[in-house]
Design a protein around this ligand. Structure first.
Ligand code: ZN
Length: 312
């Protein structure tokens, strides 16, 4: 009799976990809800909701309507674990036949000693074919202490090439906050100067989970497009003044609770697409941008590692 291979065991455990999640998750439509908002809040897509509920028209849902929530997302990230009291990343990892490194990578966790009770962890691997910023026209937001020489070195180019690319008459004259075109791909901080921590997967009311990272900054702080792409705006009861950026890197970016809208339509990385606020269900709370990344318009991934690379 052959013992089941570790891989087989892992898959069996994952499938068991998946069935727990599949069982009868529904959402009751609230006044002011749109299908796209419901999709965002529940980590799924409009298309998946339409299919799951046989909706003839995605724009026609009614208050009180019960929607079945699809368990599987477009990118297939489904199996999850809710952190219980007494658990550590290491006990959870061994329970599912994963290593701490694998579990940390799948959840954008950089400090493996810290995990909070109630946090939803993904048990599937990171989205391998998603390279943030690839295909995006590169941009760099000038930070305090930057010189054109320093920026040029960081992007593997020269001061004169950068000056020419940006039509700078005087390479010594750049100002903090200025957006410079840089060669190659790029992913820039959505709220330069904002503060944030790894709050992805934190529990929220109504059995929901935090599908993004909050970037805290004072009201009116510019919100920038992290990559080039196409921007659309919506106003909803939950997300308030919200942008959706269909990035040239293949990901859909969502930013919520803004105070104002900026440029819509086709944008380059670094374009001001709004400002930080507290609109929607964040009214009266500390002003912030709720920020999500959905590779291939599928399930959300943790923005935290990308923010750590791009924000200073
Ligand atoms: Zn948030």
């Amino acid at each position: 009799m052959l013992a089941p291979s570790p891989t087989r065991r892992t898959i069996t455990t994952l499938v068991a976990a998946l069935f727990v999640i599949v069982s009868g998750a529904t959402y009751t439509v609230q006044p002011g809800d749109t299908l796209s908002e419901i999709a965002v809040e529940n980590g799924t897509t409009v298309r998946a909701l339409v299919e799951k509920n046989n909706l003839p028209n995605a724009n026609r849902i009614y208050v009180g309507q019960k929607l079945n929530l699809p368990a599987a997302s477009a990118s297939g990230a489904t199996a999850t674990h809710i952190v219980q009291s007494g658990e550590s990343l290491s006990t959870i990892a061994s329970r599912y036949g994963l290593t701490v490194a694998e579990l940390a990578a799948a959840n954008g966790i950089t400090n493996t000693n810290v995990v909070y009770i109630g946090t939803k962890l993904s048990l599937s691997g990171p989205v391998s074919d998603f390279t943030p910023g690839s295909g995006s026209a590169g941009a760099h937001v000038v930070a305090k202490g930057d010189t054109l020489g320093k920026i040029a070195a960081a992007y593997g180019t020269t001061t004169s090439a950068l000056a020419e690319l940006n039509g700078l008459a005087n390479p010594n004259l750049i100002r903090i906050g200025q957006v410079l075109a840089v060669p190659g791909g790029g992913w820039i901080c959505p709220v330069p100067g904002g503060t944030y921590f790894n709050d992805y997967g934190f529990p929220r009311t109504g059995g929901r989970f935090h599908e993004g990272t909050d970037l805290f900054a004072t009201r009116g702080t510019p919100v920038l497009a992290p990559v080039s792409g196409r921007v659309e705006f919506t106003i909803g009861t939950i997300g308030g003044m919200q942008y959706k950026l269909y990035g040239d890197d293949g990901a859909t970016y969502i930013g919520s609770h803004m105070d104002s809208f900026g440029t819509a339509g086709n944008v380059t990385a670094g374009t001001v697409i709004g400002s930080v606020g507290d609109s929607g269900n964040a009214k009266g709370s500390r002003t912030h941008l709720h920020f999500e990344i959905h590779p291939d318009d599928g399930a959300a991934v943790n923005p935290y590692p990308y923010l750590q690379d791009a924000c200073r």
